[in-house]
Ligand binder design. Structure first.
Ligand SMILES: [Zn+2]
Length: 291
């Protein structure tokens, strides 16, 4: 078993990995792109300029996506150390507060403890939102009107553990930090790692139709299914906003199969499939040349 599958991934685990990563690979640039509601760092780790942006753990229960992305970051850093040229950025923990709540319960929610206790109906271990009950992946500025209608139709009318995107896009410090970071940089494409379902979603409202060819290739290599989202999975997400804002390829990858939270061992059992997909993304300029 690799060490990434031995312990649950959270802010403290990332800090341990980060120390080792930056010591061993001093060419990696760390940037604190913002802070969560409870003032935990949201960190980006970059090699080269631009390229692919890959972000994980938008949802509290999906911490294993962060372990997988961190493992991938170490592996690629080692390749770069050996002379390979790569440009990409990894943000392994977009929602550190939500992940801590899903791991440790309402006691991890600081000044939002009472709110989380009430909203989670005593099941905080199924928490997906940020610390004040906004689902970050419904908080991006894309297709918000339809999304809001679908949220209401499905009973997500106010703050809660999942699927309420708030009343304004980028109202949350976590989503606002990611958007600012994208606007300040020049990423060729972006991918958001979620769990679960072994599915790939791509593009949004045809703003980046070039996403489809890449998604097909990822599906082919991994056995994941490239499909169309429906209901409250349409709009408001990071990949939706990225495609709409930049007309560049954007993807959501639903890692693994089972019930969230997936076991930490998923960082081993699912790794090869995910690595194969991410390799296509970070090497996509060569894919375009071939095609
Ligand atoms: Zn998710």
């Amino acid at each position: 078993m690799t060490r990434f599958a031995e312990k649950e991934f959270d802010d403290a685990a990332l800090k341990v990995y980060e120390k080792e990563l930056l010591e061993r690979y001093p060419f990696i640039r760390k940037e604190v792109i913002g802070y969560s509601l409870l003032h935990r760092e949201i960190c980006a780790y970059s090699v080269g300029e631009g390229g692919a942006l890959i972000a994980a753990v938008f949802h509290g229960m999906e911490r294993v996506t962060g372990a997988i992305l961190t493992r991938y970051l170490f592996e690629k850093a080692e390749e770069v150390r050996k002379g390979k040229t790569l440009s990409f950025t990894a943000i392994p923990l977009m929602n550190p507060d939500g992940a801590q709540i899903a791991l440790d319960g309402a006691c991890a929610a600081g000044r939002y403890r009472m709110l989380v206790q009430r909203l989670s109906k005593k099941t905080p271990f199924r928490w997906q939102a940020n610390a004040r009950g906004i689902d970050l992946n419904h908080n991006f500025n894309a297709g918000r009107i339809t999304l809001r209608e679908n949220e209401i139709k499905n009973g997500f009318v106010t703050r809660g553990a999942t699927r309420f995107g708030g009343t304004e896009p980028e109202s949350e410090p976590e989503s606002a930090a990611l958007c600012d970071f994208c606007r300040r940089n020049d990423f060729a494409l972006a991918a958001a790692l979620h769990s679960q379902g072994r599915e790939i979603y791509a593009d949004f409202e045809n703003h980046a139709p070039q996403s489809a060819a890449i998604a097909n290739k990822m599906a082919e290599i991994s056995g994941y299914t490239y499909c169309e989202p429906s209901g409250t999975a349409v709009g408001g997400g990071f990949k939706d906003w990225f495609c709409k804002r930049f007309c560049r390829p954007g993807f959501t990858i639903e890692i693994g199969k089972g019930e969230n939270p997936l076991p930490k061992e998923t960082a081993d059992t699912e790794y090869d499939r995910v690595r194969a997909m991410l390799d296509i993304l970070i090497e996509q300029p060569s894919l375009f040349r071939e095609g």
